[in-house]
Design a protein around this ligand. Structure first.
Ligand SMILES: Nc1nc(Cl)c2cnn(Cc3ccc(Br)cc3F)c2n1
Length: 508
């Protein structure tokens, strides 16, 4: 083969395509004041666990891919729109780096610069307001609005971050952004950057655990199992589950629910009731709640609550695995998932405590769940009564602990009692009692005794029996406290016949 001699000018050094490299002149910029402020707040590890930076970057990457899908669907011309949309995470123990690479929309130079500053200044809601005043197109408003301050969280674990990004918008050069989070960053044009964003985190020495594959796999599984795009960690798929709660309730088969219940409930049990709903007012909620078929375990019974409860997600990303404060204590036997876009991806779990959204979320979940159980009592009476035998005391506890009369009465609708008007074993609800009260009767009478026999032989019972008044029988020691706490139901006062008798001070 004659050797081909190339003139000097033609000689090009072969650049491995996959190795993006910075090429243009670098510009150095000061972080805007708000950005530096936010960086300091976050870098002081405002997050309860540092590991959440992985969740935050994955959720940004996933949003970038969602936006890519959205813009392709809405017919925007995007370069390389046919590439596989996925998120790749690579760890390098020797180099002590973790890299998150998405083939999503990517960022222009302006977005790299404004996104950081903008989010810091105003948070996404006000920012969207601002954008809509400039009547920006929906997608760009949505895009930046979606990227929370998650990116900053990477500065908790790193002393240098590099970002390579190639926007899919037409005619945009790729850029390389770099910063140590101290207060300035550099940005310059870059070559050979594939569409999307690649974030290289140079970890601090005491954060080397995030360069360990096994540890990172656990973290990815914990927070991002349900992320909508393929997640590949060091070449192997790391997420395989579909977010069942986001599907149309009518489309989900019972045994799919059983599998999902076992997965999130960490149990071999199956659900007795499945409540799958979504609301967008007064707050956006997609919820999938399960009532166990088996009796409550030791954990559920005591007030510390079970090791599993209701997990809080925000757009398929786990925020809190056992979010105690989104349901009242008495609902601790319920297992499932609640996903709300209106819960801002909080910087720290502590902030979840009792923000207005959390209180609203809890109220909506509680009232809807109570109405669901009331409906089960009507539609699946036999199964409800079995459930009530095992779980009735949770509702009684709720009446004692709740300080909302409305919630107390909704809880009271679940209660069932034996009564003087029905044979032993048959139960009546308070609404049924009220429906068949004598005209003009203004009290709901109850008598507490250890058993029906003792109740029927009580002197108090005889007196009221003559007045042909129905009396509810309470056999549990705490029932009296429950009905005293309830005070009234449907404007009738709960009255213990013993008290009634003493008031009349007719001799027993
Ligand atoms: N992965 C990914 N993809 C997209 Cl499209 C965006 C848009 N904003 N962000 C967050 C972000 C990341 C780096 C830098 Br520098 C600035 C910044 F805001 C994104 N992250």
């Amino acid at each position: 083969e004659p050797e081909i001699i190339l003139p000097e000018s033609e000689k090009v050094t072969y650049q491995a395509k996959s190795q993006p490299r910075a090429s243009g002149p670098s510009e150095s910029h000061e972080f805007q004041a708000e950005t530096r402020q936010l960086l300091n707040i976050v870098a002081k590890s405002l997050y309860s666990e540092k590991e959440v930076f992985i969740r935050e970057l994955i959720s940004n990457a996933s949003d970038a891919i969602e936006k890519m899908r959205f813009m392709t669907r809405s017919g925007q011309t995007l370069s390389g729109a046919d590439r596989p949309l996925e998120i790749r995470i690579d760890t390098d123990k020797v180099g002590r780096t973790i890299t998150i690479h998405d083939s999503g929309l990517g960022m222009t130079k302006e977005e790299m610069m404004t996104n950081l500053g903008t989010i810091a200044r105003s948070g996404s809601k006000a920012f969207i307001q601002e954008m809509s005043e400039k009547n920006q197109t929906v997608d760009s408003k949505e895009i930046i609005g979606q990227f929370g301050v998650g990116f900053y969280s990477a500065f908790m674990v790193s002393d240098k971050i590099e970002v390579f990004s190639q926007s899919s918008l037409p005619d945009q050069p790729a850029h390389h952004w770099e910063s140590d989070g101290s207060g300035t960053y550099t940005i310059r044009e870059a070559q050979n950057v594939s569409e999307g964003t690649k974030i290289v985190i140079h970890l601090k020495p005491d954060c080397a655990e995030f360069a360990d594959e096994t540890n990172v796999r656990e973290i990815v599984k914990k927070y991002s199992s349900f992320v909508g795009s393929d997640l590949i960690l060091n070449g192997t798929k790391a997420n395989e589950l579909r977010p069942l709660w986001l599907m149309d309730p009518k489309e989900v088969e019972p045994d799919t629910h059983e599998d999902f219940y076992r997965y999130i409930g960490n149990t071999f049990d199956k659900p007795r009731f499945t409540y799958h709903f979504r609301t967008d007012a007064p707050i956006d909620i997609r919820a999938l709640l399960y009532v166990p078929e088996s009796r409550p375990g030791l954990f559920e019974t005591n007030r510390e609550g079970a090791d599993v409860g209701v997990a809080l997600y925000c757009r398929k990303v786990l925020i809190k695995s056992k979010a105690e404060n989104i349901v009242p204590k008495w609902m601790r036997f319920v297992k499932g998932v609640v996903d709300s876009e209106d819960i801002p991806l909080n910087l720290s779990r502590e902030l979840l405590q009792d923000s207005a959204q959390i209180r609203k979320l809890r109220t909506v979940l509680t009232n809807k769940f109570l109405r669901f159980i009331q409906e089960r009592a009507r539609k699946e009476t036999k199964s409800f009564l079995e459930f009530y035998k095992d779980y009735g005391f949770f509702f009684k506890e709720g009446i004692i602990t709740s300080n909302e009369q409305y919630e107390k009465e909704e809880l009271a609708k679940i209660l069932r009692f034996e009564s003087s008007k029905q044979p032993a074993g048959e139960l009546v609800s308070l609404p049924e009692y009220c429906d068949r009260m004598n005209a003009g009767q203004r009290d709901i009478y109850y008598l507490s005794a250890p058993s029906r026999q003792l109740a029927e032989n009580s002197p108090y019972f005889e007196a009221l029996k003559k007045r042909d008044v129905e009396i509810l029988f309470c056999y549990e020691s705490y029932d009296e406290l429950v009905l005293m706490q309830l005070q009234q139901f449907d404007k009738k006062s709960m009255t213990s016949v013993e008290k009634e008798m003493r008031m009349d001070n007719t001799p027993p």
